[in-house]
Design a protein around this ligand. Sequence first.
Ligand code: ADP
Length: 434
Amino acid sequence: MSVAAGRFVLIVFISIVLALLGAYLLGEWGAYLLGGLALALPLGYSYYNLHRLQVTAAATESEPLPAFGIWGEVFTQRQRMLTEMRDRIYAIEQQHDRFIQGFQASPNGVIMLDALNQVEWCNSSAERFFGLDFKKDAKQSIAHLVRHPEFVGYLNAADFENPIVIERLGVAANLSVVVQVFPFADDQSLLLAQDITELQRTEAMRRDFVANVSHEIRTPLTVLIGFLETMQSIELAPDQQQRYLDLMMTQSRRMKNLVEDLLTLAKLEANSKVAALTPFNVVAEMGALRSDAEALSKGKHHIEFSVDSTHLLMGEQRELQSAFSNLISNAIRYTPEGGAITVKWSVDASGHGEFAVTDTGPGIDSAHLARLTERFYRVDGSRSRDTGGTGLGLAIVKHIATRHHAQLQITSTLGKGSTFRLRFAPERLSLSSV
Ligand code: ADP
C-alpha cells in the first residue's frame, strides 16, 4: 500500500473513532460534529495546499513552502526538483557560453546555417571575413548577404566535398579565405572559413624569390657560356684571350658573391633567436674595416674613421663584422670617385650605441627608402651589378640588426649623399669585456 493510501485509511479510521467518541459523549450530533471535523480538517488543509501549489506552480525561483505531513514532503520534493533543474540549466548555460567563447576565440570564421542557408549564428571572425553583422543579419540568407559569385555558386552547387578559395573578401576586399561547408544533423550546416591572405603573400614572395635568384644566376652564367663558346670556336690573340678570362672571372665572382650572400641570408632567416651577448670590440675592429675600405676604394675616395666611445658591443662578432662591412662597401661602391666617406662609432646621451656610415654619393629618393632592405631591391640595377652588388646586402644588414635589438636608420638627400645608421639598444653595450 502506498504512503498516500495508508494516510487516507488513517484519516478515515480517525474520523470513525472520533465519530464513535462523539456519539458516546454527545449523542448523534456529537458523532456528526467530531466525525465531520476529522474529515473536513484534512480535506481543507489539502485544498489550501493545492491552492499554494497552483499559485507557485509557474515559478522556478521560490522559497520552500512549509507544510505538515504528506504536503510537507510534496513541497520538499518539489523544491529539490526545482533546485536540481536550476543547477542543470545553469550548467547547460555555462557549457553553451564556453562553446560560444571557444568559437569566438577561433581566428577561423564559423557560421551556423539552417536548412534554408540562413544565418543562425556566426562568430566575429566570420563577421570580419564576410562583412556580416550578426545582430542585423541573423535569419538572413547567407547567399543574399555575401554576394560573391564564386561563393554563391559553391552554395548553390551544394557539392561540399572540397573547400573553395574566395578572394577579395572583407571590407577592404583584400582578404583571401578558404571556405568549406559541413552539413550536420538533419538539415543544418556549419560553414568554416580560414584566412589565407598571409599564406598567399608569403607563397608569392617565395615564388618571386626563386624567380629572382634564377634570374641573378642565369645572367652571369649566360655571359660565361658565351665567352666559353667563343673561345672554343675561334682562335683568339693572347691579349684578347686574357681580356675574356678577366671578364669570365668577374662573372664567376659575381655568382660566388651571390651564393655566399644567399647562404648568409638563409642562415640568418633560419635562426629566429636573438644574438648571443658575446663582447665585440668595435674600436679594435675599426682598423680591419679601414684596411678593407681602402682596398675596395683603391684610393678613389676620402675615407675617415672616427671613434667616440670605447664601449664594447654585445653580439655575434661575425654578423656584426658583416653588417658593418656591408654598409661601408655600399658607401664606397655607390659614391663616385673623389667623394668622401665617414665611418663613426659613438654612444649617445641616452646610452644607445651608433655605427654610422655617411657618404657624399648620389643619395636615394625617399620613395625607395622603405623598400631598400627587401631582397633584390635595387634603386639602380646596373650600378649595383657593375660594382659587384647582389641586391642582398641591406637585407642581410636588416636581419643582423633585428637579431641584435638594433635599428637600421637610413637618411638620404638626392644628389648629396646618405647616412646608414645601426642603432643598438643600451642593453647591447658594455664597458668591460666580462
Ligand atoms: P646591392 O648589392 O645592390 O648594393 P644592397 O641591398 O646593399 O644591394 O642595397 C640595395 C640598394 O640600395 C642598392 O642597389 C642601391 O641602389 C641602394 N644603396 C645602398 N647603399 C647605398 C648608398 N650608400 N648610396 C646610394 N644607394 C645605395
